[in-house]
Design a protein around this ligand. Structure first.
Ligand code: AHR
Length: 339
């Protein structure tokens, strides 16, 4: 444990401020957001590099981390939003290293390209905890990972579809699918696509017409769905790899004069299960939604607390997740949820 005294803390923050300003002048735009703090005495410094604020899910995840790491709990949080750019995440991590934070938390936008910066952190002895998405790097370069089983989410979604088509008497029918993919190269995209594809391959009558990149945002989801609707007039199923792309896609479907959901022209399967998606399901626009749990702050906090006590933590930690479909009592389930 390397707790800073207040002078070291002030100097290092000044240095970080200079680096961030220099980074901005060079064209990067890091948003540096420090939680309220006292002098910093005795607090554990944690630098968090967040992907961005591209989705409702992401905003809930950021909130979960910020409300877990408070000064009352003994932490000084330096939070940086990388605005969906890997180069910003690498700059942020370098600043955290310069500041000699006690821990770095990285939510990597994509899986590749982290070896050098992870090695720098390791060389200076700063533990790195990966959250949400995963890195494709030597596991010795990070302490542990906390996040979702994206492949399982994808498989569960496809298995749900197979069961649903069966109950609708469409098990043998030729089914035309399209997919809106999240940020290409991110674990959430790779895992969901892979998991779904495994089950897709078992169904000869399922035809994946196209996969389009919607970058996990509502605007790009709508744009990509508009293109798909122009190209294909016989889409039976939309697989959308997050809720915000789904919201955009629903707008596109309605603009094209079509309907979706349990009584519509198109089956819609989404991922995340944020509050607005459950509302859309209650309104009959989404058939099923596979949860991606953004409430990772408490588990991250507990992990860092255990590391502070010198304990060994599990290298791979999955968060609990479920799913929702239109047959459930959604208003009641929604009332119990926090995002
Ligand atoms: O990495 C988790 C994914 O990223 C969520 O599904 C999505 O909403 C977010 O942008």
């Amino acid at each position: 444990m390397k707790h800073r005294n207040s002078i070291v803390l002030m100097v290092s923050l000044l240095l970080a401020g200079m680096c961030i300003t220099a980074g901005n002048a060079a064209g990067a735009s890091l948003s540096d957001d420090r939680t309220d703090n006292d002098s910093g005495d005795g607090l554990v410094m944690v630098g968090v590099s967040q992907v961005g604020s591209e989705s409702d899910w992401r905003i809930a995840m950021t909130q979960s981390i910020k409300s877990a790491f408070t000064t009352d709990e003994g932490f000084y949080l330096i939070f940086q939003d990388a605005q969906q750019k890997q180069e910003n995440q690498i700059k942020a991590m370098r600043n955290f290293i310069l500041q000699e934070v006690d821990y770095i938390v990285l939510d990597p936008i994509v899986e590749t390209g982290w070896d050098a910066i992870l090695q720098e952190a390791k060389d200076t002895g700063i533990p790195v905890i990966i959250v949400d998405r995963m890195v494709d790097a030597d596991p010795q370069l990070y302490t542990c990972w906390i996040g979702s089983d994206f492949e399982k989410e994808g498989r569960d979604a496809a298995e749900w579809l197979a069961a649903y088509l069966g109950t609708e008497g469409r098990g043998e029918e030729e089914i035309h699918l399209v997919t809106l993919q999240g940020t290409l190269g991110s674990s959430a995209q790779i895992g969901r696509t892979k998991g779904f594809s495994e089950v897709l391959d078992e169904h000869e009558n399922w035809k994946m017409l196209a996969r389009e990149d919607g970058d996990f945002t509502q605007a790009k989801g709508q744009e990509a769905m508009e293109k798909l609707l122009e190209r294909y007039d016989d889409i039976d199923v939309l697989i959308s790899e997050n809720d915000n792309m789904t919201f955009g896609a629903i707008d596109a479907i309605q603009k094209a004069g079509k309907t979706c959901g349990p009584n519509g022209d198109m089956i819609v399967i989404s991922f995340d299960a944020v509050e607005a998606a459950l509302d859309a399901m209650i309104d009959g626009e989404i058939n099923a939604d596979f949860e991606c749990n953004p409430l990772q702050g408490p588990q991250l906090l507990e992990t860092i607390r255990n590391l502070e006590k010198g304990m060994t933590v599990d290298k791979i930690q999955h968060v609990d997740e479920t799913y929702f479909d239109a047959t459930m009592n959604l208003p009641e389930l929604k009332a119990e949820r926090k995002y």
